[in-house]
Write a protein of this length. Structure first.
Lengths: 866, 336
């Protein structure tokens, strides 16, 4: 395997246990005697056993609070069965395990199937099982004299207690389960990144369910050991066990956020707690002090062993510094507090503002994102910012909003140079950015959202002036003509309404320049029309709007001027009254070096994928396309046109509502991703971080995650074969650094993407669905990925490819299918011009004022590389 | 064009949404009504005035502790130490009174103990950044130890006129514990509605990132939330001491905490933060108390009360998940 035998928390704990043992034995030499050691081992056996199961559950990002109650219930039921069967050991043991597994199954059902929050679900079964234990036993304990039942907790083998042997055996079993089986790998994957696990065809629900069952199994073992140790059945046995087990796991470095943990460390965590409490009582410390010290040790151990706590500390320190710096900045700039509050809607400040961007450049290591960009915007005008993805629009916005500082050049506000040291400064200068993800608090009302962080109060630290805040909000919304009640909960609003509230909030904060980044991409037609009217109102009341959009139609509708970016430079600042849509498109696209991604011809064979009339009941309306052996089909369309949705639908991650999918000549609709992977389908999702990688797993574990399912007989990992396969892929794909043990989150974007590709290549698939595989990848890795695609094609693979950069698709594809609003509207052979494709993607005819000009534009640029 | 590309907006009968809205909004109260009706059908005598008073009195400490738990839940956290925290505060109060300290000072010390516990939790979660579960689990274990130390003096019998009035007296025919809890609930409601502290607690629990972007001081807020929870443990401890008048380490613990959690969750408080109301939580406390009390009056043995309560909690958890699923289907449109 790819991990070191002992994790870092294990080493820390091992040292801690040793130090504690030495310290105690210095104080009382008899502490180290064999008898005492076994005594400690016996005391910790139950906690260790249950903590192993708990670790499995926490790995899947769950928690099991029911273990203590479940242990009591299992014992009690066992006792009843023993009584009823006249002392049958087999029946008793079966009843104990049966009960514990039943509680585990109930937990699994609630969490994995019903999707109830694990804390709540197991809190419920905690109460239920605890109540049942008391109820069935009538609160009375029973003595047990059956040696077979008592054996686990009582007997010893060659002087070693059986419970100790059992703990070691179960530890070994769990080690194998978590490190050497497919199931164990799935636990890590499901807890580490659930959506990526789903997008890799892992049966997440099943794996989660089994984790709770496993926890039930360890509870059964724990119950038998407990019965043996006490020689009786106690309805209150196991009280507080859940907390001890969770403590052991967490001290051992198991992350409550899921996906990270290690049973050996859990074991050492439980030994550590055991040694401390045994040692303290050995020294004659009172039980009370043992509790207190245990609590303190838990805090210290967690601080030492849990990485994320350390990370959070660092983050908090940085935030505190930033806040302090901000406060100091505010002190130096007085009068801000007075500006806010009563002066809603900026009604007193009607001055005309002007923002000038002069020669702004932005360099990133190895990339020039912006080069000498200049333009201006002033109050009361709508300016469109246009350009293809990667042209530098978002970098420019980040400079305006204070997130980035320009490498050269600067910004003038009303003629005076300003330097934003952070977003707060930009906000103070009256510049607001409306992002696609909102910064509203969903559970608060509209009025509360307007004022949160800057609440109006009767006096400093006094009660809120709710009525005033509401009426001011109502006034503002009325002025802007936004038909939303100030009392409405933001979470219940439509996306369009939220967007208007977000903008209203910016106006409330006295923004005179509002930057909107593709605001209509998530809106319905009706909402979109409302937004248009809203933008127009804002303009008339003197707000400046920098409007980013791909949609020619709305740009002509709203804006008076456009600033067109290409490759980080301004290529035009046309007045929209004087430029035809076709010319605008030509400006954005420009001429390009087409040979960056070489094209290789290959023999085309039979259909691998054929889709007809496909709809997912949502964004995807009606798509028809085929992909054949030895062919790359480029699938292009604007953001939100349904490219990603088509791929998700084909691979079984969203339902087929209408139409048919045929994969490898067989009916594909209704198959799960895992089944399709078995047929030879590979799927690389668009969002690498969210859906592609398991950040806490190593390169090798990421690459092997699919392969292990097919190559592992009986669920056991073939460690050596996996290693060989992974090494082969790492060298084939030239993953850098070529270290299979490195955690994938430390790799660059391009190398992460190679690993994601490798994950599928391990299965030797025949049909590839690649959703923007070069997104966020540097140029070198991009070329490597395209070489790889060309190689796959020559070897007879069928590839369906999307990209956010159109020239890339056009230069490598054999055919191009264009999507618009969820419908496949056109198909072209290789050699189609980018203008033609863009025109189809925009649906330009609906907006173009003069069709003749568009036709002319086609001929000025056309041709492609042929 | 616009007609073709616009997303379909189906319009089912508005009344069905209105009903659903009411169910989602008043789910805890509906549950209480259903429970009362069921009890009336099974055994009307369980709802005699005397029994109702018992239910209300038993609900009082659950409600006060649940209001603290609710506040922490709304802020997106969790306080496991509150149960034993009540015992600790009660012991501080008891030990002081036994030592002859005046009531005011003794109560002050109990409140101080509770807030100190809260401060510790707040620092661990807010400043150090530990997960709330682990931090409060660790302090819970510590507090358990502290209660043993404080309980070392043995059981304390309280004899204080004011506490006797709070615990067992009546004002205008209404038992004072009910008035006490009611008063606390009103204060918490006012604080939640009318203070920036309350509003910001909702904001942080609902969308932490957005709230921080808007300038809500997250660390200070986190610390305050746990201090408030500590205050509520002390408030609960005072009521409990007044009622039972015998103080030992067993006066409160995990069971009371679980009752409080269940009350808060049944009352519609979200474990993920951002949601919860005083009205709902008090209703939740009434439900828990009604179940416990009426099961005893129905002749269910003390042992089975726990079982049925556990079953109720499981049912409530599933119902809660269903209500949330219902809510997600709601039409997203609220206009003035």
């Amino acid at each position: 395997m790819t991990r070191r035998a002992l994790s870092q928390p294990s080493l820390v704990l091992l040292v801690a246990v040793a130090l504690a043992a030495v310290a105690f034995s210095l104080a009382r030499p008899s502490f180290l005697s064999a008898g005492n050691a076994f005594n400690i081992a016996e005391q910790t056996a139950v906690i260790s056993l249950v903590a192993f199961g708990m670790t499995a559950v926490i790995l899947t990002r769950g928690i099991d609070l029911s273990v203590g109650s479940s242990l009591a219930l299992a014992s009690v039921v066992g006792g009843q069965v023993m009584h009823a069967t006249g002392g049958s050991a087999a029946a008793t043991i079966a009843a104990v395990f049966g009960t514990a597994l039943l509680v585990g199954a109930l937990n699994g059902l609630l969490v994995a199937v019903f999707g109830v929050n694990a804390f709540m679900a197991t809190l419920g079964t905690y109460a239920l099982a605890g109540g049942a234990a008391v109820s069935i036993s009538r609160g009375a304990s029973t003595n047990v004299g059956n040696d077979a039942v008592l054996w686990l907790g009582r007997a010893d083998v060659a002087g070693v207690p059986v419970s100790t042997v059992l703990t070691v055996v179960v530890l070994a079993a769990f080690y194998v389960l978590t490190r050497r089986t497919v199931l164990g790998r799935w636990w890590y994957a499901a807890g580490g990144n659930r959506t990526a696990a789903v997008a890799s065809g892992i049966p997440v629900r099943w794996a989660t369910f089994v984790a709770y069952l496993t926890s039930g199994l360890t509870v059964g073992l724990g119950a038998l050991v407990t019965i043996g140790r006490l020689s009786s059945i106690q309805p209150l046995a196991g009280q507080g066990l859940e907390f001890s087990a969770i403590t052991a796991a967490v001290i051992g470095g198991t992350s409550l956020a899921g996906g990270r943990g290690d049973v050996v460390a859990t074991f050492l965590g439980s030994v550590f707690v055991g040694v401390i409490s045994a040692g303290l009582s050995f020294l004659g410390v009172s039980q009370a002090m043992i509790y207190v010290l245990t609590g303190v040790f838990v805090v210290v151990a967690v601080l030492v062993s849990q990485r994320e706590v350390f990370a959070a500390l660092g983050e908090r320190y940085a935030t505190a510094r930033a806040v302090l710096a901000n406060r100091l900045g505010r002190l130096r700039r007085p009068g801000r507090g007075a500006r806010r509050g009563a002066a809603v809607a900026g009604s007193e400040d009607q001055r005309v503002h002007r923002l000038e961007v002069e020669g702004v450049s932005k360099m990133f290591p190895g990339v020039v994102a912006l080069e000498a960009v200049g333009f201006s915007i002033e109050s009361g005008e709508v300016v469109a910012l246009m350009g293809e993805n990667g042209a530098g629009k978002s970098t420019l916005v980040k400079i305006l909003s204070g997130n980035y500082r320009p490498s050269a050049g600067g910004i003038l506000l009303d003629g005076t140079p300003v330097r934003h040291s952070g977003p707060e400064d930009a906000r103070r200068a009256g510049i607001a950015v409306i992002h696609q993800h909102f910064t509203l608090v969903p559970d608060l009302t509209v009025a509360e959202n307007m004022f949160i962080g800057e609440e109006l109060r009767w006096w400093p630290f006094g009660p809120l002036r709710r009525r005033l805040m509401r009426s001011l909000t109502r006034d503002l919304l009325r002025e802007l003509d936004v038909p939303v009640s100030p009392r409405a909960r933001v979470g219940a609003l439509t996306v369009g309404q939220r967007q208007m509230i977000e903008i209203a909030k910016a106006i409330h904060e006295r923004a005179w320049l509002v930057i909107m980044d593709e605001p209509t991409s998530a809106l319905s037609a009706r909402e979109r029309d409302r937004l248009y009217e809203f933008v127009d109102r804002l303009r008339r009341r003197g707000t400046a709007i920098l409007y980013i959009s791909h949609k020619l139609e709305e740009i002509y509708h709203l804006a008076s001027r456009a600033v067109v970016l290409r490759d980080g430079q301004v290529v035009g600042r046309p007045s929209l009254a004087e430029v035809a849509p076709g010319q605008l498109v030509s400006m954005m696209v420009g001429r390009r070096i087409e040979n960056l991604f070489p094209y290789v011809a290959a023999d085309v064979g039979e259909d691998r994928l054929s889709v007809s009339g496909l709809s997912d009941g949502g964004l995807l309306k009606d798509v028809t396309l085929t992909v054949r052996e030895g062919e790359v089909v480029g699938f292009v369309g604007l953001m939100g046109s349904g490219r990603t949705e088509l791929m998700r639908c084909v691979v079984g991650l969203s339902p087929v509502v209408a139409g048919t999918v045929r994969v490898m000549g067989r009916k594909g609709g209704g198959l799960s991703l895992a089944e399709l992977a078995g047929l030879g389908v590979a799927y690389v999702p668009e969002d690498r971080l969210a859906d592609g990688i398991f950040p806490d797993l190593s390169v090798a574990e990421n690459m092997g995650i699919l392969w292990i399912r097919q190559a592992s007989g009986a669920g056991l990992l073939q460690v050596r074969r996996e290693r060989e396969r992974v090494d082969e892929l790492i060298s084939d794909l030239a993953v850098r650094p070529p270290d299979p043990r490195r955690q994938i989150r430390f790799l660059s974007g391009g190398n992460q993407q190679k690993v994601v590709l490798g994950k599928w290549l391990a299965l030797r698939p025949k049909l590839f669905l690649l959703d923007d595989p070069t997104r966020g990848v540097d140029v070198g890795a991009k070329a490597e990925i395209h070489d790889l695609i060309a190689g796959l094609k020559s070897a007879g693979a069928a590839v369906l490819l999307t990209s956010s950069e159109m020239p890339e698709v056009l230069s490598v594809a054999d055919r191009v299918v264009v999507m618009r609003h969820g419908v496949s509207v056109a198909e072209y052979p290789r050699g189609v011009s980018e203008e033609q494709v863009m025109r189809d993607a925009f649906g330009e005819r609906a907006a173009a004022p003069a069709p003749g000009e568009a036709a002319v534009a086609r001929h000025t640029e056309g041709g492609g590389d042929g | 064009m616009a007609e073709l590309t616009g997303r379909a907006e189906p319009a089912p009968p508005p009344w069905s949404y209105a009903v659903r809205d009411l169910v989602v909004r008043f789910a805890p109260q509906l549950l209480l009504v259903v429970l009362v009706v069921a009890l009336l059908l099974v055994e009307p005598s369980t709802l005699r005035p005397g029994n109702i008073v018992n239910v209300l009195v038993a609900a009082a400490p659950i409600a006060t502790l649940a209001l603290g738990a609710m506040w922490v839940f709304i802020g997106g956290g969790l306080d496991l130490s509150a149960g034993y925290g009540v015992a600790m505060c009660a012991l501080v109060l008891g030990a002081n009174l036994q030592g002859g300290t005046p009531l005011g000072v003794a109560v002050g010390q109990a409140v101080l103990a509770g807030m100190l516990l809260g401060l510790t939790n707040g620092v661990l979660v807010g400043v150090v950044g530990m997960p709330a579960f682990i931090a409060t689990l660790a302090t819970m274990v510590c507090v358990q130890g502290v209660t043993l130390v404080l309980g070392g003096v043995g059981t304390v019998i309280i004899d204080n006129a004011v506490l006797t009035l709070i615990g067992t007296g009546e004002l205008g025919g209404v038992p004072t514990p009910i008035l006490y809890a009611l008063g606390v609930a009103v204060l918490v409601w006012v604080l939640l509605r009318s203070s920036a502290f309350g509003l910001r607690t909702y904001a942080l629990g609902s969308n932490r990132e957005a709230a921080v972007t808007r300038g809500v001081p997250a660390v200070r807020q986190d610390v305050l939330v746990y201090v408030f929870s500590g205050l509520m443990t002390a408030v609960t401890a005072i009521l409990l001491v007044a009622r039972v008048q015998i103080v030992d380490p067993k006066i409160a613990g995990l069971n009371l905490l679980l009752d409080a959690f269940a009350a808060a969750i049944l009352g519609g408080t979200s474990l993920f933060g951002g949601r919860g109301s005083v009205f709902g939580t008090v209703t939740g406390a009434l439900i828990i108390s009604l179940i416990t009390t009426s099961l005893v009056t129905l002749g269910v043995g003390a042992q089975n009360v726990q079982l049925l309560k556990g079953a109720m909690i499981v049912v409530a958890v599933v119902v809660d998940a269903l209500v949330r699923a219902l809510e997600r289907q709601q039409p997203a449109s609220v206009e003035a």
